[in-house]
Design a protein around this ligand. Structure first.
Ligand code: AP5
Ligand code: MG
Length: 277
């Protein structure tokens, strides 16, 4: 799975990326973290980025594109990755499209975390206070003054990516105002709905909506096809026992009932609206 987490500073990209790493076993590629490491190590890239980062501006596109291009080639990124904080400009997004095309890789989705500005300020202030309380060094850009500049840079240079990915039908928007755990659950749900990750067995799960082939079929049949797709290339599942088959039939009935009540999901609605806009 390859996804991008998009959102303003403090929206929870890093927090969610780490949770997704735990859940799906893929790597987090954070340009912010890589640049901070370069600054700390005093590399040429770090020297170039230091003052820009401290002032809340964006590091030049060519610098971050090169960093990401090299990083994607590392063996640990082969199974997939979460891009956290990249791309941040339309030229970066276009460069990423080219890179992925060249490497024969496909982007599954861009998950936008939407959070009110007042909450962003609060979150960044809390993070700074907590870091200080632990006796650790506070990020140089974690002040209200720099945050205002980071937000301005986000609005001017990064927000256009919402339109960019919406047009390409990649954008999925999540309410980042929810509690951390709820945001993770929602990201998992929408990634499962588009088939980027395996769906967890749940009575409430509606059928994945990106696969028109499953629409309108009996749930049992749709279930079979979905199982086929998700087990492709893996070991065959064991044959079920009779009681398990009876339980399966009962579950299928419940799913059928639930499917008849199913309503379109908000995240998909937002995406469609956007895509039309
Ligand atoms: P980067 O490191 O990417 O920072 P950022 O995007 O500016 O934002 P943050 O890391 O502050 O926020 P986050 O969204 O990760 O939120 P977090 O999970 O930490 O970039 C830093 C700088 O590097 C840039 O300004 C730029 O100069 C440069 N740079 C980086 N990439 C670049 C690029 N591609 N191009 C050019 N320049 C680049 O959460 C924040 C706090 O909120 C935490 O304390 C967390 O616990 C809390 N929190 C998270 N979620 C929730 C929730 N749901 N409810 C309550 N609290 C929450
Ligand atoms: Mg971050």
């Amino acid at each position: 799975m390859r996804i991008i987490l998009l959102g303003p500073p403090g929206s929870g990209k890093g927090t969610q990326a780490q949770r997704l790493v735990q859940r799906y076993g893929i790597v987090q590629l954070s340009t912010g973290e890589m640049l901070r490491a370069a600054v700390a190590a005093g590399t040429p890239v770090g020297l170039r980025a230091k003052d820009i980062m401290a002032s809340g501006g964006l590091v030049p596109d060519d610098v971050v594109v090169n960093i990401i291009s090299d990083r994607i080639d590392q063996p640990d990124a082969k199974r997939g990755f979460i891009l956290d904080g990249f791309p941040r400009t339309v030229p970066q997004a276009a460069a990423l499209d080219e890179l992925l095309k060249h490497k024969h890789m496909k982007l599954d989705a861009v998950v936008e975390l939407r959070v009110n500005e007042s909450a962003l300020v609060e979150r960044v202030e809390t993070r700074a206070a907590e870091t200080r309380a632990r006796g650790e060094e506070v990020r140089i850009d974690d002040t209200s003054e720099v945050l205002i500049k980071r937000l301005a840079a986000y609005r001017a240079q990064t927000e256009p990516l919402i339109h960019y990915y919406s047009e390409r039908r990649k954008l999925l928007t999540v309410d980042g105002m929810m509690a951390i755990e709820a945001v993770t659950r929602e990201i998992g749900r929408i990634l499962a709905a588009i088939g980027a990750v395996e769906k967890k067995a749940s009575k409430k799960s509606p059928p994945a909506k990106r696969d028109p082939g499953l629409a309108g079929r009996a749930p049992e049949r749709a279930g079979k096809s979905a199982a086929k797709r998700t087990t492709k290339g893996r070991a065959k599942p064991k044959k079920a026992s009779r009681p398990a088959l009876r339980a399966g039939k009962r579950a299928a009935k419940r799913v059928k009932k639930a499917a008849s009540r199913a309503v379109p999901r908000p995240a998909k609605k937002v995406t469609k609206k956007r895509a039309k806009a």
